[in-house]
Write a protein that binds this ligand. Structure first.
Ligand code: ADP
Length: 206
């Protein structure tokens, strides 16, 4: 198999994590989310976690250098040899250039949703504090009663932090579509999970 490096772009709540999981199962390559890497560092009380916790909670971006170093370490591991799915990286032009000097991205998938939809999804997003499963209070399936009690909200899913994250996405990440030019595939993210996955699957075989 040739190496496949797939980048998922899309505003907060556009379904990158959900679609990355589906792609991982189909393509047998790992899903790498820089947000998850940072949150794991925070949860394990690692030095890096202490450095970035305040930045994440406010909805700011971690420095390009720190983020790239963390990513580089992850994608240098053995399970990334056949390729990987990037979720949340790159978010700035500098990050895209740093990655390009190291490895070339093959395809960029953009999940398109409006800011209004993003805000609605994120303010209703909850996570099972034990299993990590994600639920949405306004869609199905509803969490079972015993799980409902242990649902938590991500520290940066407050209206204020969401607005800041969306602004950064429009200002700093969207210009990257021009940078990646003909590698970019746009998919309507305001459809069912299955339909979005189907559109991505069709786009990847083209
Ligand atoms: P979202 O895309 O919904 O904002 P993520 O889970 O992808 O959430 O990221 C959470 C936070 O982690 C970001 O708001 C930012 O603080 C940090 N982060 C993740 N990826 C990057 C990146 N590529 N560059 C800088 N900061 C990042």
């Amino acid at each position: 198999m040739t190496k496949r490096i797939i980048c998922l772009f899309g505003p907060q709540g556009s379904g990158k994590g959900t679609q990355a999981k589906i792609l991982t199962a189909q393509l047998h390559i790992p899903h790498i989310s820089t947000g998850d890497l940072f949150r794991a560092a925070i949860a394990s009380r690692a030095e890096l976690g202490k450095q970035v916790e305040g930045i994440l909670n406010k909805g700011e971006l971690v420095s390009d250098e720190l983020t790239f170093n963390l990513l580089k370490e992850r994608i240098s591991q053995n399970d990334c040899k056949a390729g990987f799915i990037l979720d949340g990286y790159p978010r700035t032009l500098t990050q895209a250039q740093l990655l390009d000097d190291f490895m070339n991205v093959d395809v960029v998938i953009v999940l398109e949703i409006s800011d209004a939809e993003s805000l609605k999804r994120l303010t209703n997003r909850r996570q099972d504090s034990i299993t990590g499963a994600i639920y949405n209070l306004y869609t199905v399936p509803k969490p079972p009663k015993e799980i409902e009690r242990r649902l938590i909200q991500r520290a940066d899913d407050t209206a204020e932090a969401i607005e800041k994250r969306l602004k950064k996405y429009h200002q700093q990440t969207e210009p990257l579509f021009l940078y990646y030019k003909n590698k970019v595939i746009r998919v309507n993210g305001e459809q069912s999970i299955e339909r979005v996955a189907g559109d991505i699957e069709r786009a990847l075989v083209l």
